[in-house]
Design a protein around this ligand. Structure first.
Ligand SMILES: NC(=O)c1ccc[n+]([C@@H]2O[C@H](COP(=O)([O-])OP(=O)(O)OC[C@H]3O[C@@H](n4cnc5c(N)ncnc54)[C@H](OP(=O)(O)O)[C@@H]3O)[C@@H](O)[C@H]2O)c1
Length: 337
């Protein structure tokens, strides 16, 4: 027996011929997929992937109609799994959410218990969505680099797409852990904000051109890259010997033009970061680390946060697709939060 009301609101994207019709509709509990945990969604957020899920050529949505929203935070209203109790605050993100099954842009969600993360102590539901998949991906990038041995004394770390969701959280997390962080950004007017997050130096997009030499001066102990394309090629050819680049995204393009030389002459590593499909136990541990100010919690979860609702999603989506991200968008799903 579902605890979800007979009707509720959701932002739905549906492919109709050669276009996508997107907007708020009324759904019923039977419209939601099966799952052990029913959640009253309080907050969601807007990631690059969410924006793509609403576009015809976005190559993200694997079903139609789809409630996008790869991230959600809310309160359990029923659970067939004893691991979760009614009233418990939880987060869910990734896996098939907002991609192949209905996600966070709805008043209610139904998800498998194996995808649910208890909200860590010391974090609000809103803060969880300021982090969201972007913050989680930044944290996972830092974790993968440090698991491989990276330490602050090894040298500066470059973060690309620095004003974006992944990038800005990565700058903050790395600086908080004592790294000398350099920010590569196309938005020179945001240097002050990035400096406040902990950036010690800056590169512009022209510094990461596609037509550079096979190897450049060794600069970075590590690179956190969510942009790809020319930026990724630059990161690889300017890593120090033995360094690594954690690659999570392609905001600047999907092609990679490089040579073998960074790999065979400097022994650098390219680490693929996939935040969507990972083991839930590791995911829950990383969320707890993101809540800990002595560990991966960013200095600020309040700056450069733009709030939208299900009714005002479209400008955020258009801006993110135009490379206009400056921090994060959160979606206030529950009125009065
Ligand atoms: N692998 C995973 O698990 C995972 C998880 C999360 C995100 N991602 C991917 O990571 C990427 C970033 O996601 P996000 O949510 O952080 O996006 P976002 O908030 O839109 O940030 C992307 C940033 O990239 C830079 N950028 C955008 N367009 C660019 C272009 N054409 N050329 C160069 N730089 C450009 C901009 O930063 P500046 O203006 O500061 O340069 C922008 O703020 C996306 O491709 C997303 O799909 C992957």
């Amino acid at each position: 027996m579902s605890a979800i009301p007979t009707t509720f609101r959701a932002y739905v994207a549906e492919r109709l011929g050669d276009r996508v019709d997107a907007g708020v509709r009324t759904l019923a509990p039977a419209d939601l997929p099966s799952g052990e945990v029913e959640i009253r969604v309080h907050w969601s957020d807007v990631n690059y992937k969410d924006a793509l899920a609403t576009r015809f050529d976005g190559k993200v949505a694997r079903t139609s109609p789809l409630v996008p929203g790869i991230d959600l935070a809310g309160e359990v209203i029923s659970s067939a799994d004893p691991a979760f109790r009614v009233g418990q605050e939880v987060v869910a993100h990734g896996y098939d959410l907002g991609v192949a099954r209905h996600g966070g842009y709805a008043d209610f969600a139904r998800v498998p218990a194996a995808w649910v993360v208890p909200l860590p102590a010391g974090m609000t539901l809103r803060e969880a969505m300021v982090l969201g998949t972007a913050g989680f991906t930044a944290a996972l990038s830092v974790k993968r680099l440090e698991d491989r041995g990276l330490r602050p004394e090894h040298g500066p770390v470059l973060v690309t797409g620095a004003t974006g969701g992944v990038g800005s959280h990565a700058v903050s997390m790395l600086a908080g852990r004592g790294y000398e962080v350099w920010a590569l950004t196309g938005k020179a007017d945001e240097h002050d904000w990035l400096r406040g997050l902990g950036a010690a130096g800056f590169l512009g997009r022209d510094d990461a051109r596609a037509d550079g030499p096979p190897l450049e001066k060794e600069r970075w102990a590590a690179v956190v890259d969510s942009v790809g394309a020319a930026t990724l090629a630059y990161g690889l050819r300017s890593l120090r010997r033995g360094g690594a680049l954690a690659l999570s995204g392609n905001a600047g393009g999907a092609a990679l033009a490089t040579t073998v030389f960074p790999f065979i002459l400097r022994g650098v590593a390219l680490l693929g970061i996939d935040s969507a499909y990972m083991e839930i136990a590791e995911r829950r541990v990383l969320w707890a680390r993101m809540a800990d100010p002595a560990d991966l919690r960013p200095r600020s979860l309040g700056e450069r946060v733009t709030e939208v609702t299900l009714d005002t999603l479209e400008p955020a989506i258009a801006s993110i697709l135009a490379g206009g991200a400056r921090g994060r968008w959160v979606v206030r799903v529950r009125d009065g939060e």
